[in-house]
Each structure stands twice: as structure tokens, then as C-alpha cells.
Design a protein around this ligand. Structure first.
Ligand code: PLP
Length: 239
């Protein structure tokens, strides 16, 4: 047993991903596991790294930067949380991808800072497919016009879509939400917009990543299933 049991957890998640791929005729290599390490200490991330993990997800700018400084430089950092415009400048040259872009104003800020630092930033458009009031994300109706505007901005690469599905007791309940996100990505591809690619579908968390994989997820974001429960979850406060 590794110190935190992370190796065993990762192996179990990878086994579930393989099983979901088998079920839906997909190849496991099409699905990338992002270890969502928010609130967890660097020692736990190091253990996941030692097991081969190179993709980590964080939802706070400050925490991402601190961990970035302390951990190996071949890690791909995914910003998955709501991003304030005034904090964009701290991360544009550190992150591999920003999953949570849901407005033109945020995209403009990312573009502006990316130009200044002479980097290209990969982003995903966050879509609130289930129309939950409590969640960020653009609506299904707004996403195509938004993508068209973002496509004109320099130093931004739109790689696909992301969604955070509702918390449900049975992950089957989220199947329709994953199907909706997939459908939107197909609709966007058919628009043939310059500079837009739809190769990434970031969907599925600990409670529903198996279903997400059967519906076409290319990134799954798993926190609890790898690192255990977070203190904030015990207080009933989520993401
Ligand atoms: C916290 C978080 C996750 C991981 O959640 P788990 O249920 O612990 O797997 C995934 N995506 C986002 C955007 C998050 O904030």
C-alpha cells in the first residue's frame, strides 16, 4: 500500500475507464485522467505523479501557482475552477489548459495576457447544460455565438467543451447531460469556424465519469476517487 493509497485508487479508476471504453467501443487511450488535487497537500500530488499522473486539476489560482512552483515542470496544470479576470495574468503562462471559460470578457482578458507573455493558451468553453442556477457556464443557446467571437481573438486556442454535471445519486441521470454536451460539440464542428477545434470533451467526475466515458468524454476530472474526500465536502460545500 502506498502512503495515501493513491496508487491503488488510480489503478481502480483506470480499470473503470477501461471497462467503460469496452462497453462503448472506445479506446482507453482516447480518455485522459485528470487528477483533481484541489485542497490536497503537495505530498499527495507527488505520490500521484510517481504513479505516472501528469495531468492535475486545480480550481484556485493561488493554490495552482504554489503547487506549480513546488512540483516537477512536466506536469500539465488544468485550471478547472471559476476564473476571475484580474487573476488571469498569474496563470496564462503556467497552465496547460483553462477549462472554465464562459464569457467573451474572460476570453478577451486571457487573450490580452497571452499576447503580452507571448504564449498561446488552450481553453475549453464551459457549458451549463443542466441549467443549474448555482453553476457557472454559458447556456446551450449562447455557446455557438460565443465560440464565434472567441475564435477571432489572438493567442487563444479553443480545444473543446467542458461541463460540470449536477450532483446525482445515480450517474445514469447525467447521461442526457453528457449527450447534450457531445451534441453541442458536433454542432460547433459543423459550423466550420476558423481556429476552433472540438477534440476535447471534459466531462465526468468521481460520481459519474463512467457514464461520461461511454458518452464520449476525452478528459475525466476525478478528485475524490483518487485523493479521498475533501474537508469542504464534509461541510456540505461543493466545488
Ligand atoms: C472538484 C472538481 C472536480 C472533482 O470532483 P470529484 O467529485 O471529487 O471527483 C471535477 N471538476 C471540477 C470543475 C471540480 O471543481
Amino acid at each position: 500500500m502506498s502512503e495515501y493509497g493513491i496508487k491503488e485508487n488510480i489503478e481502480a479508476v483506470e480499470e473503470q475507464i477501461r471497462a467503460a471504453c469496452d462497453k462503448s467501443g472506445r479506446e482507453p487511450k482516447e480518455v485522459r485522467l485528470i487528477a483533481v488535487s484541489k485542497t490536497k497537500p503537495v505530498a499527495m500530488l507527488q505520490e500521484a505523479y510517481d504513479c505516472g499522473c501528469r495531468d492535475f486539476g486545480e480550481n484556485k489560482v493561488q493554490e495552482l501557482i504554489e503547487k506549480y512552483e513546488l512540483l516537477p515542470k512536466d506536469i500539465r496544470w488544468h485550471m478547472i475552477g471559476h476564473l476571475q479576470r484580474n487573476k488571469v495574468k498569474y496563470i496564462v503562462d503556467k497552465v496547460y489548459m483553462i477549462h472554465s471559460v464562459d464569457s467573451l470578457r474572460l476570453a478577451e482578458e486571457i487573450s490580452k495576457e497571452a499576447v503580452k507573455k507571448n504564449v498561446k493558451v488552450q481553453i475549453l468553453i464551459e457549458v451549463n447544460v443542466a441549467k443549474e442556477d448555482t453553476k457557472f457556464g454559458t447556456t446551450c443557446e449562447e455557446v455557438i455565438p460565443l465560440v464565434k467571437e472567441i475564435a477571432k481573438l489572438p493567442n487563444i486556442l479553443v480545444k473543446g467543451l467542458m461541463t460540470i454535471a449536477p450532483y446525482v445519486a445515480d450517474e445514469e441521470e447525467n447521461r442526457c447531460n453528457f449527450q447534450k454536451l457531445k451534441k453541442i460539440s458536433v454542432d460547433i464542428m459543423e459550423e466550420n469556424i476558423d481556429n476552433i477545434c472540438m477534440e476535447v470533451l471534459s466531462m465526468g467526475m468521481t460520481g459519474d465519469y463512467r457514464t461520461a466515458v461511454t458518452e464520449g468524454a476525452t478528459y475525466v476530472r476525478v478528485g475524490t476517487g483518487i485523493f479521498g474526500v475533501r474537508p469542504t465536502m464534509l461541510k456540505g460545500e461543493e466545488v
